[in-house]
Design a protein around this ligand. Structure first.
Ligand code: ARG
Length: 233
C-alpha cells in the first residue's frame, strides 16, 4: 500500500499553497499553520518525516493525481467537483466565503456585489462562486480578477483596482487584522463550506490514516487547541 511505501521511504509528502494564513503561511522561510500542525501529526502517526511541497493552489489536485504527493492539506473545501478527482477525508473545519471591502464602502451585504469587480484567489471556491459559470447564482458579480495570492488581491483592493475581495473567512480576518484602518470584513458570508484533507483517488490506506489522526485530534481536544493557537497573532 501507499502507507507501506511511505514507511519504507521514511517520509511522507504533503502539498499545499502557503498563501493562506492561518492554515499555511510563511514565517521567514519556514511554512507554518494549522494544516502543518495537522500534517505533522499524520507524519508522526506513520513514524516518518514530513516533507512540505508549496505550489499554486490550482495545481494541487493535479499534483495528487501525479503520484508525487501523498496528501493535500490546504484549507481545501470538500466540494463535489473536486471529488471526481480526489478522495476527501472527514472534514475538520467549518468555513465560509467572506467579503472584504474598503472601510466606508457602499458594499454592505453580499447582494451589493452585483456588477462589481471582485478579486479572488485562482482556483478556489471563492473563484468558482464569483465566476458563476453556470449563471445560477443569485449574486452576479460584474467581473472577477484572479490572483495567485490572496495578499495581492487585498493590495489591489487597498489601491482601488477592485471593489471587493472574496476569500475564506479565517484568512479574511487575518488580512483585516493587518490593515484595520483600511479594510473590513462583512458580517454576512457568501457560502458555507467545510475543509478536508485530500488524498489520491482510491488511496484507502492513506485515507484511513488521515481519518484516524483527525478523529484522535478531535476527540482529544487537540484540534481545538491548534486552531486557538493561530487565532492570536
Ligand atoms: N477553501 C477554499 C477552496 O477550497 C480556498 C482554499 C485556499 N487554500 C490555500 N492554501 N491557498 O477553494
Amino acid at each position: 500500500t501507499s502507507v507501506d511505501k511511505i514507511k519504507a521511504a521514511g517520509f511522507v509528502t504533503m502539498s499545499t499553497n502557503a498563501e493562506f494564513e492561518p492554515f499555511e503561511f510563511k514565517d521567514g522561510d519556514k511554512i507554518i499553520g494549522i494544516d502543518i500542525d495537522i500534517s505533522n501529526k499524520i507524519a508522526e502517526k506513520l513514524g516518518v518525516e514530513l516533507k512540505v511541497n508549496d505550489i499554486a493552489f490550482d495545481a494541487l489536485t493535479t499534483e495528487l493525481g501525479s503520484g508525487k504527493t501523498n496528501f493535500v492539506a490546504a484549507g481545501m473545501t470538500a466540494d463535489e467537483d473536486r471529488k471526481k478527482n480526489v478522495d476527501f477525508s472527514d472534514t475538520y473545519f467549518d468555513a465560509s466565503q467572506a467579503i472584504i471591502v474598503l472601510k466606508g464602502s457602499a458594499i454592505k451585504s453580499p447582494a451589493d456585489l452585483n456588477g462589481k469587480k471582485v478579486g479572488v484567489q485562482q482556483g478556489t471556491t471563492g473563484d468558482t462562486y464569483c465566476t458563476n459559470e453556470d449563471g445560477k447564482n443569485e449574486i452576479k458579480v460584474g467581473s472577477t480578477e484572479r490572483y495567485a495570492k490572496g495578499v495581492d488581491a487585498v493590495a489591489d483592493l487597498i489601491n482601488g483596482k477592485i471593489d471587493a475581495v472574496v476569500i475564506d473567512d479565517f484568512p479574511a480576518k487575518k488580512f483585516v487584522e493587518k490593515n484595520p484602518d483600511k479594510i473590513a470584513k462583512l458580517e454576512e458570508a457568501l457560502t458555507t463550506e467545510q475543509y478536508a484533507i485530500a488524498v489520491p483517488k482510491g488511496d484507502k490506506a492513506m485515507l484511513d490514516t488521515v481519518n484516524s489522526v483527525l478523529s484522535e485530534l478531535k476527540s482529544s481536544g487537540e484540534l481545538d487547541k491548534i486552531v486557538e493557537k493561530y487565532k492570536e497573532n
